[in-house]
Every structure is written in structure tokens, then in C-alpha cells.
Ligand binder design. Sequence first.
Ligand code: SAH
Ligand code: SF4
Ligand code: F3S
Length: 481
Amino acid sequence: MYDEIDLNQINIDAAPPMEEPARQYYFMAKCREWVRDFEQKNCHAPKACVVNMGCQMNARDSEKLTGILKLIGYETAEEENADFVIFNTCTVRDNANQKVYGRLGVMKGLKKKNPSMKIALCGCMMQENAAIEKIRTSYPFVDLIFGTHNIFKFAELLYASFETEGMLIDIWEDTDKIVENLPVERKYPFKSGINIMFGCNNFCSYCIVPYVRGRERSRNPKDILMEIEKLAAEGVVEIMLLGQNVNSYGKTLKEPMRFAQLLQEVEKIEGIERIRFMTSHPKDLSEELIQVMKASKKICRHLHLPLQAGSDRILKAMNRVYTKEQYIALAKHIREEIPDIALTTDLIVGFPGETLSDVEETISVVKEVEYDNAFTFVYSKRTGTPAAAMEEQVPEEVVKEGFQKLLETVQATAKKRVARYEGQVMEALVEEVNEHDASLLTGRLSNNTLVHFSGSSSLIGKIIKVRLDKCCGFYYMGTAL
Ligand code: SAH
Ligand code: SF4
Ligand code: F3S
């Protein structure tokens, strides 16, 4: 693994190796020379800020970028007023793109004050030609742009950008490559995400992810298990297996493996106390998986099962490949088998052609399933997706009305569901000092509900017993025991 690689042993005067990841370590060694020069001139190490703007998968990619930056000698900074700033972008909805442009507007001012500052952009939004064009014309002060498929080349691209005047752009259309054993710097010492697969083959008609993340590729189970064993040895107690559709894990491997089998292997790893995963597509959720979850001592009592919409007509147009009845039957079956499980979901309002009576169908599923939490999104038109070409885009007022009604139902049902443990004692993994009140700590229950309670920050990273005193909607106030 990477920490056994010594950059001092690399001959940076030789030609770069062709194989990966050796090639990237060669460029990390080259970048380190550059960083040393910077230190000599400026009497301090350069500071780098990695800004994550996307989902858990992007967050994991950001940890990989941070790992490389640290290895080459950068100090990490929270503020964007640093020597190197990289935005790891998202493009799932248009507001994600607008946020990037907003941040770039601020960066323009910062770079004026500090012209030697370097600014980079990567991630999903960079896989869109229109975004690249806009950045090229409106934000010419950006130094480096790369995408999701060549993120493993970060060290090489960073070195190239040190050597280049102006904007360097490297975007790949697709890849079948998975480069293992690059550095990672975890945000939390006690929990970690782990990619088990990349890309998506589902092509839900509204969604841009398959276009910007490419085709589904699973990592070899051996690499995944080795990574988790290493994390356990470093003190990680909770892991989250990441993929756009974890239920189809392993189908494209030379020696196919089912997700439920992988989970059973992960369960055996000593030191790992909690296993989570994200995301499950209802169409691929197997009985085997339900039974493995039921029998497991480590898999958390939480399943995120995106519904998206409740009307069969809309589900069909979305290409979700299940009906309302099938979804409800699945959810009920899971609840029967694992009564203490928390179900959460994603919902979209305003898909082309959706009427208020369609939204009523979504509301009826929410009432029937009683989710513990639901993320509700307003449909956002994504260029290049089939839904963007559909006529009958829904007027804003209709979307607003449906959205408001749905949100009210979600909040009411969630409160009822979450509150059912009031007064009970449960185990929580203490994650951090509360963001809004520094006298409190925040812990996470197995079912993913947060609980806030007072206690010493030395408890962070530990699994402790907490009494759930009062339910406040989606979270609890509690007492550490
Ligand atoms: N692979 C995951 C979801 C990834 S995107 C899954 O299928 O569950 C996260 C969520 O964003 C989706 O579940 C969906 O609810 C929402 N989403 C995706 N594209 C969207 C769009 N064009 N407009 C609004 N919401 C969208
Ligand atoms: Fe998008 Fe559907 Fe793939 Fe999820 S499963 S990433 S919603 S295409
Ligand atoms: Fe994630 Fe956004 Fe990309 S949701 S996969 S970062 S488009």
C-alpha cells in the first residue's frame, strides 16, 4: 500500500514509468521538489484547500486528492484563501453548477490579491462540455481542469500545471480503468467511505450521473477487503461501502460476486463494528441481501431506498423499472424481516408531465412506508438526458405546490417514525462536536438518526450508550450514559 512507498527512492531525473500507480508516485516526487522550492522561497509550506461540493463518492475522491497533496508536502487549509484551491464539483442538479460559478466569482477577487495562487476544478461538472466552455470564457484565471475518469492522474496534472502558463484542461470521455493504491487522507479517523464500484448503467431518464461518471465498474473484492482490513488496523470502526447502485456490485467482474456475498466477507473483518452502504436501487435489491442484513451484527439498521416518484406513469418515464405496488411490497417485506430498520428515500417533484395527482401518488407512498427521512428535490433539467428533451416541463407554481405538500407529509411521517425510540437507550458512534453548539457532541445511531448530548470531546470516535430523551423531528436530544 502507498505508505510503504518512499518518494525519496524515486529517481526523478529518469523518464516517468508508464505503469500505474508507479507513474503517479514519480510525479508526486517531482511535485515535492517544487513544494520544497516554494518552502525555501517563502519560509513556509504551501497551503492547499480541497472543497468538496458533491455526494459521498465525491467526498471520497476529495480524500484521495488531499492524500496526494499531503504526501507532496502541502499543508491543508479550510479557507479558500490558500496557495492551491481545488473544487471537486457536482452537477446532479443545476443549483450545484450555479454554486461553482458563485465560488469562482469569489476566487477571482482572491487571485487578484495573490496572483501566484493556483485554482483547479475537477469532478462531475467538468465532464460537461458546456461547463468547460463557460469556464474557459468567463473564468480564464482557472489553472487546471480535469474530470472524473482521470482523477488518478492528479499528481501528473498538477506537475504539468506547475510547468504550464494558462489553463490546462484534460478531460477523458470514459474509462474502464481502476487505479489502486494511491494515497488517501481520511476526514474522520474512525469512519471511512470505501468505493466498491464506479459509474452507473441505469440511465434513469432525468439523471446525468451515467454520463459524467461512465459505465459501471466494480473493484476487485480482494482490493476492497484489503483496504478495509488496513482501515480497521488504523482504528476505523465504521465503514460505508459506496456505489451508485451497490446492489449490482460484482456483475461485471471476471469472477462475478454478489453484493450480499461481499457484505458477508466484510462482516468477518475484526475491528469493524458498523457497516453501511449507499445507494440501493430497488430493482436490484435481493432477498439474499435482506437475509444477510437480518442476520448481521454489524450492518447498520438503515436502508436508503430511493423511490423518486409514486406514480406508475412517471416511474415508467423515469426508467426506474418498478411500479408503486412493487416498491411498497418490497418496503413492507423489509420492515417485516427487519422491524428496527430505518428506511430513507429520495423524491423528485416536477418531472416532465407530472401532475398534482401524480404527486399525490408519491405522497401516498410516503404515508404508507413512513420513511425515517426523505430528501425531496425539485426536478432539474440536465442537458443530454432523455427527460430534458421531453415536452411538458412542469410550470414552477405547480412544482412549488406539489413540493410543499410532499415536504409536509415527509416531515410529519418522519417525526412519528423517528420518535418511536424516545426514552430508550441506544448505541451511538460519537462523530463530532456539535456544529451549532460547542457544548454538545453529535452521535449517530445504527439507524442513522443523529443524537446530540453533552460530553467530553475525548468520546469522539467511540461507540457509547445514549438515552434518547427527546425527539425533535429528524434528530434526538439525549444523555450519554
Ligand atoms: N444512484 C443514486 C442517486 C444518485 S443522485 C440512486 O439511484 O439512488 C442522488 C439523487 O439526486 C437521486 O436519487 C435523485 O433523487 C436526485 N436527482 C438526480 N437527478 C436529478 C435531477 N435531474 N433533478 C432533481 N433531482 C435529481
Ligand atoms: Fe442516476 Fe439512476 Fe444511476 Fe442513481 S441509478 S445514479 S438516479 S441513473
Ligand atoms: Fe455525486 Fe453529484 Fe457526481 S451527486 S456522482 S457528485 S454529479
